[in-house]
Write a new protein. Structure first.
Length: 293
């Protein structure tokens, strides 16, 4: 099977098992400490020769040297066929985003639409974790009272990093649930050192999750991202390719005035330029928000 656009990642943690036999693999680009610059150039050149365009997904939490290497490779190759897509999602959520892009790579979307679709898809990924402490959590807004409760022995917290940050106390008579998606999703769970089934027993029924929760290995970067190893990470996401296709296809496409690539939303996935304002540009096109499935 020939895939026109290659999906590459900066860590093996971002590669989940394929959703179906048609889901292509993602190429893992080795970090600067494990790969010389010349070798990295050769790796990307090979991808370009084989696929035509390359979309590299790099979490904003990755070490600065990783992003610097990617920019250096793109600059030295002088190629406008390499898209560097960053994401603020936590590790498991970022891996789900990568798998969705892999699923969509076999569709008839251009490389430009696929790259700019990453920001749209992230709005429909509910990524969070159950934490044994929030005292070192600095990537999600945490109130002072929650910080103080985080020092109490046995305290557990349900935290949602996106699309809207939330934090609730788990357990006890006054337990609250995180506000979840209003559309059908599936649940992915990765267990750390915390012993709890809260995502499957409490969250899944409240969020009307389809089917049983699927368990995967905890990404190696998750403890650092969440500030503790005592966690269970979870993600509610759209899993069916027809739904993902409809979501992306529902957004009006434009041509980037700077690099000429197709795009959806408010930013080109290849050169990061915003589309030229036109009278026809509506709120949906400006925000990149499609219809909720």
């Amino acid at each position: 099977m020939t895939v026109p656009t290659a999906i590459a990642v900066t860590s093996a943690d971002l590669v989940l098992p394929p959703a179906d036999p048609q889901t292509p693999h993602a190429t893992v680009l080795q970090p600067p400490g494990a790969r010389s610059l010349d070798a990295s150039l050769a790796d990307v050149q090979q991808l370009l020769a084989r696929h035509g365009h390359v979309i590299v997904v790099c979490p904003t939490s990755a070490p600065p040297a990783v992003a610097q290497r990617l920019r250096a490779v793109r600059g030295l190759l002088e190629s406008d066929r390499i898209a560097l897509v960053t994401t603020d999602l936590p590790p498991l959520g970022a891996a789900v985003l990568v798998r969705q892009l892999r699923q969509l790579a076999v569709c008839d979307f251009s490389a430009g639409v696929l790259a700019s679709a990453a920001r749209l898809l992230a709005h429909y990924i509910y990524a969070g974790a159950v934490l044994g402490s929030v005292s070192r959590l600095d990537r999600v807004p945490v109130s002072l009272s929650s910080h103080l409760k985080g020092w109490l022995p046995g305290a557990h917290f349900g935290v949602l990093a996106g699309p809207t940050p939330q934090i609730v106390r788990v357990g006890g008579k006054n337990e609250q649930l995180l506000a979840g998606p209003e559309f059908a999703t599936r649940l992915l769970v990765a267990r750390g050192q915390l012993q709890t089934d809260w995502p499957a027993t409490a969250l899944a029924p409240a969020w009307r999750i389809q089917g049983a929760a699927q368990e995967v290995a905890l990404p190696g970067t998750s403890p650092a991202w969440w500030g503790t190893g005592k966690l269970v990470e979870f993600v509610a996401y759209l899993s069916d390719l027809p739904v993902l296709y409809q979501l992306v296809a529902s957004v009006r496409r434009e041509t980037c005035h700077w690099c000429g690539m197709e795009l959806i939303g408010d930013r080109c996935g290849f050169c990061a330029a915003s589309p030229s304002p036109t009278p026809a540009s509506g709120a949906g096109a400006a925000t990149g928000a499609g219809a909720v499935p």
